[in-house]
Write a protein that binds this ligand. Structure first.
Ligand SMILES: [Zn+2]
Length: 398
């Protein structure tokens, strides 16, 4: 199978035989989840044409009812029977081009076929970026040697036959059926919705592909998707579109407190997870997970790990710190460090005027980590730019 064979000479476009893709009427709507989608033939239609009318001979051969076996493998018979050709830019878009964008169009069309909102298309494209780089891989990986296709679907019966898993449309349809079976999928942070669909190891695996996926979907759909306000894209420019806005910590959400029946500062090591790059440092496991994801993004920006000064603090250390630091230390037994839900950071984050602190303020909340308002400069408490607490993100528990 080679979708690259559908490149229409001279046009700069790839004609893909799929059902009508992702077209928003009027072109003015930028907030997918709440609005009507797929206005086939509507005024916002982008470069859609009956394959037989405008496609090149080469593309027609692939899209027509007399399609070759090669084309049949790419689209199912009933789809190609009334297929239209959708123009896909050769790219690059967000670093993706050619067959990758063709595959993105298949994913988007599958979501469209199921009547799903634009956000589902973004999640689907994001997932395939994170699994296969938008390529129909005829191989798996170390974790799943039997994984195949755009979504690296396992050979466990849940995703159909090998041919199904290798078919962009069928694999996408099966992906979206699983996605929409996830309770509350549309209001979850996108990476978590994808994680629960794929049941992969790392809930934050897909974070880095959210913004590229938005760009690809926007380009292929011919709509303007404003850039996400957070690194996870959970806070779109359309705050009413999804509630809660995934990835954004709303005021008071998940403020640290007692958990697991433990007492502050008396949590057994077995109930905590070590921070991978910090010897002797540990937090509650979801906080460690989120901090690790945050650290990945931080390292991409600054080239070094978050500098850990303090994480979980047991009761005895809270007592000695109080004696040492006075008003800068919490009353023993009340510190959020004693819940394994706070960290103190150095490396620049400990200064309000540093680039590191500014970056953290802008990006850490998407990972559930906040510098509490009391600790802001001029806040109600002591000035503590270094002190960050884990509030979590909505529905982050998996
Ligand atoms: Zn602290």
């Amino acid at each position: 199978m080679s979708a690259g064979g559908a490149v229409a000479g001279g046009t700069g476009l790839v004609l893909v035989p799929v059902l009508l893709v992702v077209v928003l009427g009027g072109g003015s709507q930028t907030c997918g989840p709440t609005g009507p989608l797929a206005v086939a033939g509507g005024p916002g239609m982008v470069a859609t044409a009956e394959a037989t009318a405008e496609a090149t001979a080469e593309a027609t051969a692939e899209a027509s009812a007399e399609a070759s076996a090669e084309a049949s493998a790419e689209v199912s018979a009933e789809v190609s029977a009334d297929a239209s050709a959708v123009a896909v830019p050769v790219g690059p878009v967000a670093g993706y081009s050619g067959v990758q964008l063709t595959n993105a169009a298949h994913i988007m069309a599958a979501a469209e076929q199921l009547g799903l909102p634009l956000q589902a298309q973004v999640i689907g494209v994001m997932t395939a970026m994170g699994e296969s780089g938008l390529r129909v891989l005829d191989r798996g990986d170390a974790v799943g040697p039997d994984s195949r296709g755009l979504f690296q679907q396992r050979d466990n019966g849940a995703w159909g036959s090998l041919a199904d898993r290798m078919d962009p449309t069928t694999s996408s349809l099966n992906y979206f059926r699983a996605l929409t079976a996830v309770p509350g999928w549309a209001s979850l942070e996108p990476t978590l919705a994808a994680h629960r669909t794929q049941r992969n190891d790392d809930p934050f695996h897909y974070v880095r592909w959210y913004e590229p996926a938005r760009q690809v979907v926007a380009a292929l759909a011919g709509v303007d998707l404003p850039p996400g306000a957070t690194t996870t894209g959970g806070a779109s420019a359309c705050p009413a579109a999804a509630a809660p806005a995934g990835g954004v910590v709303t005021a008071g959400y998940g403020e640290p407190g007692p958990w697991g029946g433990h007492s502050n500062g008396r949590i057994p090591a077995s109930a905590l997870s070590p921070v991978p790059w910090g010897s002797g440092h540990a937090l509650r496991s979801d906080a460690t997970l989120a901090l690790t994801a945050l650290d990945n993004a931080y390292r991409a920006q600054f080239g070094r790990h978050l500098a850990l000064t303090s994480t979980y603090r047991d009761y005895a250390r809270q007592v000695s710190l109080k004696a040492q630091k006075g008003s800068y230390a919490a009353t023993p037994g009340t510190s959020n460090h004693g819940w394994g839900l706070a960290v103190d950071l150095g490396g620049g984050v400990n200064s309000y005027t540093s680039a590191q602190y500014a970056w953290m303020r802008a990006n850490a909340p998407a990972y559930g980590w906040v510098n509490p308002t009391w600790a802001h400069r001029g806040g109600s408490g002591p000035d503590e730019p270094w002190h960050w607490e884990f509030y979590g993100v909505p529905d982050a528990t998996v």
